[in-house]
Design a protein around this ligand. Sequence first.
Ligand SMILES: Cc1cc2nc3c(=O)[nH]c(=O)nc-3n(C[C@H](O)[C@H](O)[C@H](O)COP(=O)(O)O)c2cc1C
Length: 368
Amino acid sequence: MNTDSLFRPFNLKSLSIKNRIVMAPMTRSFSPNGVPTDDVAAYYRKRAEGGVGLILSEGTVIDRPSSSNDANIPHFYGADALTGWEDVIKNVHQAGGKMAPQIWHMGIMDNHHSGWIPPVPFEGPSGLNRPGFVNGNTMTDSDIADTIAAFGRAAADAKRLGFDTVEIHGAHGYLIDQFFWNETNKRTDIWGGKTLAERTRFGVEVIKEVRKQVGEDFALIIRLSQFKPANYTNKLAATPQELEAWISPLADAGADIFHCSQRRFWEAEFDDSDLNFAGWVKKVSGKATITVGSVGLTGEFLAAFAGESSQPSSLDELLRRFDRGDFDLVAVGRPLLSDPNWVKKIKEQRTGELKGFSKEALAELVME
Ligand SMILES: Cc1cc2nc3c(=O)[nH]c(=O)nc-3n(C[C@H](O)[C@H](O)[C@H](O)COP(=O)(O)O)c2cc1C
């Protein structure tokens, strides 16, 4: 397996990375009261030392009173949390890495199993997390305006603290995705609509505000998924034409890189072509894309939450698609959660030393 092509540099605006491997954003819940600790900084530093090109942080929430359902998920606002993040990016840079925070608002959520609840009810386009499940408020126009502004402030803070780029979390059934999905966006005002293109307005306004705050030269990533945790086979865009109608306004608003979340990167997005989600988004937009989903592993990530282990698997199919030019960057989640040296091992062809993934790794910040 010749992986040399994954070790070519990538440059786009503010972002200049030494290889094509991205650490996927992974929530860890190790930031008490929303403040990243020294351990969190050490955890990311280890991944930079292990050769990851670009680290995407775990989702870190914006300044809205119910943007999170978990007291141990990091904030990206407030002096203490931002000081913690400044320490993270300093550590990553010292180790030769590059990093973006993944800025996040969860929208309507299930209550967390810890029993912690935010000080005010969850908020979303229509109070819905999934069909038939209401757990919060329908956002007013002023809630929406404040939320867009809070995304912008978080992005401005990311740039000010020295991060290399920023990722907006628009995937996996959270707030921005709740606006995209017809099952969770029942609005009849300008924030809703029958078509996906109409329901993309909120995402577009978030990107425009972020772009305004960070300027033209700062690389901006948005993460999207067709699937929802409540519906794995969901397709927001059922055809390439619908995909283009979704992606084009986001690109026009200022997104530079689309992070196309799939559970298995090798699955074709539409009939009559083997292109995956990242492949199609690159084709319809001409923008850079990141693929993700079970790279180097036998099993997918949602099953991992139910305790399923995965073994290392070949990168041949990934490389076939990458070398064909389907996508620009490759995100890797669980292998890097369990092993800070995964990239080094791949580069040095030490495949016999790869660890795979088991659920025990979720319970700690693995440092070795
Ligand atoms: C423990 C864990 C936490 C995750 N948290 C996030 C998150 O905060 N934001 C996000 O966009 N995706 C999150 N994901 C999804 C990953 O970014 C990634 O897309 C998924 O794990 C598939 O990649 P993999 O098969 O290489 O693990 C999480 C996945 C795991 C395993």
